[in-house]
Design a binder for this molecule. Structure first.
Ligand SMILES: C[S@@+](CC[C@H](N)C(=O)[O-])C[C@H]1O[C@@H](n2cnc3c(N)ncnc32)[C@H](O)[C@@H]1O
Length: 294
């Protein structure tokens, strides 16, 4: 953001809009983070104090950078939704398979909790990547997980929707699996498409089994449909991304929705489509990276 006044206005507007998400108490569902912190070497008896310190200092530092609902609600402490996604488990197994050299990138990784989770599950950190617009979120992640000097994971700050973004070039052609949680829905169609095109560029061209997955959703506030795309629009977007990148994508979507909320999981690129309909999912499936869809 080049215009400081405009940036300040956007931050103030987001703080107002997302005020309802701002929790003042530690949410109960933080077991995943508790386990991760223990894994990172914090003694179990010190974990709570560390978490409290984070809640008082770190979370508010992140909120001041940009008041995302995910920050206000400590979503980075509670990533049960990710852990409960069957595809996340599949991906973790795939990354841990003997001889696997595949890489994983979390786009809009925030503090990098998912990267640390996969590492704790046994994926070597050198095959893990995270990227976020906010370099300060990546820094907070190092503080939270106390691994600035020990992790070999790559964290890159960059803007996924900026046309020219030299900082992200190091990711081009290196990634096999991309995760994007609460990310696409930050943008309207055109910017979602830019992000999608950039993701395709990140994928290793020789891998026919690449995956892009994640979730979108949120409260049905005015205009939400522009952000949480419906099935037809999502498919259309991936057709356009395919045309622009010389790839072919097939999409599927399942939505959980009521009058107030919508939750969407979208998932997987693969040359084989199996049981995709069984999942609560919105699926972008990479069929063939070189042949355009007929
Ligand atoms: C709603 S948070 C979701 C964080 C995390 N993925 C999760 O599910 O808890 C959105 C994240 O996307 C990042 N972000 C926003 N715009 C971005 C952009 N243009 N490029 C890269 N990251 C961006 C934000 O900084 C923030 O960390």
């Amino acid at each position: 953001m080049n215009d400081p006044q405009k940036a300040a206005e956007q931050i103030a507007a987001a703080a107002k809009q997302n005020a309802a998400f701002y929790l003042t108490e530690i949410p109960p569902e933080i077991e995943p983070t508790r386990r991760l912190l223990e894994h990172s070497g914090i003694a179990p008896e010190n974990v709570d104090a560390h978490i409290r310190k984070i809640l008082i200092e770190q979370r508010d530092k992140a909120w001041a950078v940009f008041p995302y609902g995910a920050i206000g609600s400590f979503r980075f402490l509670d990533f049960n939704q990710t852990l409960q996604d069957p595809l996340f488990e599949t991906v973790s197994k795939r990354l841990r398979a003997p001889g696997s050299a595949e890489t994983f990138l979390d786009v809009g990784c925030c503090l990098g909790h998912i990267v640390r989770q996969l590492n704790a599950e046994g994926v070597p950190s050198e095959r893990l990547y995270g990227t976020d617009l906010q370099a300060s979120f990546l820094d907070l992640g190092y503080d939270l997980f106390r691994d600035r000097d020990s992790t070999r994971a790559t964290f890159v700050a960059g803007d996924m929707i900026r046309e020219e973004e030299p900082r992200l070039e190091e990711l081009i052609g290196k990634i096999d699996i991309i995760y994007a949680s609460a990310f696409f829905h930050l943008f309207e169609y055109e910017d979602q498409m830019k992000a999608g095109k950039r993701m395709v560029k990140f994928l290793r061209p020789e891998n026919q089994n690449a995956i892009i997955f994640g979730h979108n959703g949120g409260p049905k506030i005015v205009g939400w449909e522009k952000y949480v795309l419906d099935e037809e629009t999502w498919r259309h977007m991936w057709d356009e991304i395919g045309e622009a990148t010389g790839t072919t994508w097939k999409t599927e979507m399942n939505v959980e929705s009521n009058d107030e909320w919508i939750k969407v999981r979208f998932a997987r690129g693969s040359t084989k489509i199996q049981n995709a309909r069984d999942r609560l999912s919105k699926v972008a499936i990479l069929i063939d990276r070189v042949t355009k869809k007929g």
